[in-house]
Design a protein around this ligand. Structure first.
Ligand SMILES: [Fe+2]
Ligand SMILES: [Fe+2]
Length: 459
């Protein structure tokens, strides 16, 4: 048992829920806030749309998905959409109206009151590539209070004449309003032209807790409605093998996975010249059936993949950052396919530390690595922090550091930078693919490895 020195640290540990080291499915949360006005607002819907989020579809150049929530007095959902203009003239030209699918839904987390809502979901098709639109969501009435503000977003290009960028977040999970909000906000401030965001699971701590999801939506606020996202579920979106009942009502993700049960958790989509694949790692872990189905499906997706770049996200790491957190079954099933089809980059979470490297780390210590294989990254964006051990596969690692990654993809290069919320570069590389050859250029700063023990005094 570790002893913690200092009242300050003890207070921090309680507030931030950094302790103990090993998370279970039943992490703490601040449910005492139930009765507060703030918590009430975060949990319960009103007639005005909230939890508005844009998601990537299988064809982000020509469509986008949007979801939102209202109270159950609102039974109808409408999206209004127009080409963005310099002034408000888009209103005078007439807007396109798209009816959403609206479903009454209620759920009760074991430590929360019953929350009733109507969830609205729409996929907008027939959009022009590389075009800026405005949209708002509401109930179709003349009453402005039943509508969101107008958001602005830009569809994907359908060529590679210009690069695109996305931001990757490891686990947000704990104290999301208090301590994750600055991460997503500063990522957007540092890189507002970002095309989409990718969340590698454990967005929240307790599957269907309305307060926690409320915090996640609050933290991202208008960013979620402006920059489309894709997300893969982590073990904390699950409990006892069952996915959060809120996952499918509140997100619209591609339904091209292997089975009915894996829809919107295991899927693939294309963004310009990149194939992006989400593996449902917890599903993989829980059910033999889901394991076999996803492995077979992945094989067929990668076999028929004509995109130059391939990036996969899954919550559990193929290579973990410390002994005792190894995911052998996942690695043994997926690694042969990752190798066979030369997947470029694997973005993962779960270990609450940072590490980046590659499997056959023969060129350890070199700046330029010829014939580079797949790059693996494990990251954390929230405040819960574990320790790691230096391992053969790692090029750069770090503890006790909240990170987001800006990843820019052009014709021949993936540029990757891992940043802290105050904008400090912690890790970087370029992956260059030309004439069928891959070259890695390590660009991490020469700053010391950040270790938890340097910040948290323990005996
Ligand atoms: Fe996890
Ligand atoms: Fe986690």
């Amino acid at each position: 048992m570790k002893r913690i020195i200092g009242i300050v640290w003890l207070a921090l540990a309680i507030t931030v829920n950094l302790y103990p080291q090993h998370e279970g499915h039943h992490g703490h949360s601040h449910y005492a806030e139930h009765d507060s006005v703030v918590a009430h607002k975060l949990m319960f819907p009103s007639a005005t749309p909230d939890r508005i989020i844009a998601n990537l579809t299988v064809d982000p150049a020509h469509s986008f998905a949007v979801n939102w929530r209202t109270d159950q007095q609102i039974g109808v959902g409408v999206v209004e959409l127009a080409l963005a203009t310099d002034g408000p003239e888009f209103l005078l030209r007439g807007v396109r109206k798209i009816k959403a699918i609206s479903q009454k839904f209620q759920n009760q987390n074991r430590r929360e009151p019953l929350v009733k809502a109507t969830y609205h979901s729409a996929v907008i098709h027939d959009l022009e590539a590389n075009t800026t639109y405005v949209y708002r969501v509401g109930n179709g009435s003349d009453d402005d209070s039943k509508w969101s503000e107008w958001f602005q977003f830009t569809t994907a290009r359908n060529d590679m004449e210009k690069p695109f960028s996305f931001i990757y977040f490891g686990d947000a999970q704990n104290n999301v309003k208090s301590l994750w909000s600055r991460v997503i906000r500063s990522s957007f401030r540092q890189f507002p032209q970002v095309n989409f965001m990718l969340h590698a699971g454990d967005l929240i701590n307790d599957r269907d807790a309305n307060l926690e999801w409320g915090e996640w939506f609050h933290a991202g606020s208008f960013i979620h409605a402006t920059v489309p996202s894709m997300m893969t579920p982590g073990n904390h979106e699950y409990r006892d093998g069952v996915l959060s009942s809120l996952w499918r009502p509140q997100f619209t993700l591609p339904e091209n996975g292997p089975t009915e049960g894996l829809k919107e958790t295991c899927y693939a989509l294309d963004y310009q010249d990149m194939k992006l694949i989400s593996i449902d790692a917890e599903g993989f872990d829980e059910h033999q059936e889901a394991r076999t189905a996803q492995t077979k499906w992945l094989d067929s997706v990668l076999r028929t993949n004509s995109k130059k770049w391939t990036v996969m996200t899954m919550h559990y790491p193929i290579y973990s950052t410390v002994e005792g957190r190894d995911n052998r079954e996942l690695r043994e099933a997926l690694k042969p396919l990752i190798d066979k089809y030369e997947v470029d980059l694997i973005l993962q979470g779960h270990d609450h530390t940072y590490a980046r490297g590659y499997a056959e780390n023969k060129s350890k210590g070199l700046t330029v690595v010829q014939d580079a294989g797949t790059i693996y990254a494990v990251s954390v964006s929230g405040p819960k922090m574990y320790e790691s051990r230096n391992q053969e596969w790692m090029v750069r690692r770090g503890e006790f550091t909240q990170l987001f990654q800006i990843i820019t993809v052009s014709n021949d290069t993936i540029k990757y930078g891992a940043y802290t919320p105050i904008g400090t570069l912690y890790d970087a590389f370029d992956l260059i693919k030309k004439d069928g050859k891959k070259k890695l250029i390590n660009k991490m700063p020469k700053t010391p490895v950040r270790l938890k023990k340097d910040f948290v005094k323990e005996e």
